[in-house]
Write a protein that binds this ligand. Sequence first.
Ligand code: PDD
Length: 285
Amino acid sequence: MSRIAYVNGRYMPMRKAMVHVEDRGYQFGDGVYEVCEVRDGRLIDERRHLARLSRSLGELAIRAPLSPKALSVVLREVVARNRIGYGVVYLQVTRGVARRDHAFPTPAVRPSLVVTARPLNRMRSEALAASGISIVSVPDNRWGRVDIKSIGLLPNVMARQRAVEQGAREAWFVDRDGTVTEGASTNAWIVTALGIVVTRPADHRILRGIARTVLFDVIKAQGLTLEERPFTLAEAYGAREAFATAATQIVMPVVRIDERTIGDGKPGPVATALRRAFHDYAEWG
Ligand code: PDD
């Protein structure tokens, strides 16, 4: 079955799905995106993803291409047409097509909207979570507004590539103070020796992950203590557990950071329990 993409009002086979060479997303990275989990054919936390999309668009003064309601119809249609049971749906909005000039086009042009979906292998995801992943740390060299889910991801791309080259799955960015900000495409967490779950506050230095927000509810329901504060790489090395969260990973245990083994080198009980309970607290579309 050929994959179907939605591009500016039309559903079309992937190989025919194209955007203009002067799309500002292509030329400047002038756009934003969302990635939403699909489980049992249903969208997970769609409402929150669309709310964050609105915020990202607002911060960059990009017009919404469709109302949230119409967008929701398109997301569902792309999931259905691609027969996704378990996987992800990706949506991207750019400022649109205009002759190349850094400043916004005047008058404003129609924003471009692309939606794609792809299946993931559930058994492979679960196997990965059962063994845990390795992380490498890299300097955080990103701009000061990574709270906006921009498609300009070059530092994240370089970081992830570094991880892959070192046999790891993800990179954690470390700022000048030695504190971990977040992963290349995940939020970063540790569990202290006292069993306290720690993650960095969502300021302009990290993306406010949807999985992160949902996990706050899971943590509370499990009677765990949460501390929203920065933690250093040194603290992470010595943590009892560490894990990463994202729509694509849910709760992914971390068993190694750089050359250090975390805990006993196996996924810890806290990360494992949070992963198991996650979808009881997520919103099913
Ligand atoms: N990434 N931090 C960064 C830098 C991210 O790119 C992501 C998500 C997250 C987690 O956000 P959420 O819980 O809403 O998925 C944190 C997506 C999955 C991606 O780029 O593929």
